[in-house]
Ligand binder design. Sequence first.
Ligand code: PEP
Length: 251
Amino acid sequence: MRKKIVAGNWKMNKTLQEGVQLASEVKESVAKAAVKDVTVIVCTPFIHLTEVKKTLGNGVALGAQNCAAEPKGAFTGEVSAEMVKSTGATYVIIGHSERRAYYGETDAILNKKVNLALEQGLTPIFCIGEVLQEREANIHFDVVKKQLSEGLFSLSAEQFSNVVIAYEPVWAIGTGKTATSEQAQEIHKYIRGVIAAKYGNAVADGITILYGGSCNAQNAKELFANPDVDGGLIGGASLKAADFTTIVTSF
Ligand code: PEP
């Protein structure tokens, strides 16, 4: 049985004090919901990691939103996978569309980040997804296949089994425009098929594939009901503990 996951991506929101407050609310409401078999993660800005880890304890896992493509050294402003790991974080988002679009992160760069994260024992949450023009041109299947193949397919089957995939259509991120349940299932199934062709059915069946893009407390249930949707990567709705917890309970 593959892992069900709900991961919050706080992006560049919340001061340290506000972040600790939100983490404390998330911890409490997730504990109250007493959901079994769902891994809950919050991915915070770097500066929050250590304090949020202390606040969360063990019930909710911690992730970063990025890590450097180099292991250490003269890279001013960067934070390495090893440094992320040292805070107690166990997950790291890699290749979010905002990193790809605004910071020029190519699949080759992302592949380096994934390798460094895995070397540290971090679980990469690797984001893929097409922009609106690509969906309209009906090339979204090719786009995600290329992102998978260039970003991840140099990994061994064992390494790949430690990666979580997040399918996030860029046109749905922060726009309030969610993929329909049918669109999500169609492409998640396709992604699993591409993985099966490369690594075999057993690996593909074990990989968690999250949906991201305006997933919220109202639509999560329908999206998560699909056989190939194993949870969500949640932006805006992860900033309110109550909404985030409703999503956690939506399986
Ligand atoms: C995201 O940033 O990963 C995301 C899915 O954002 P939102 O839920 O706000 O669309």
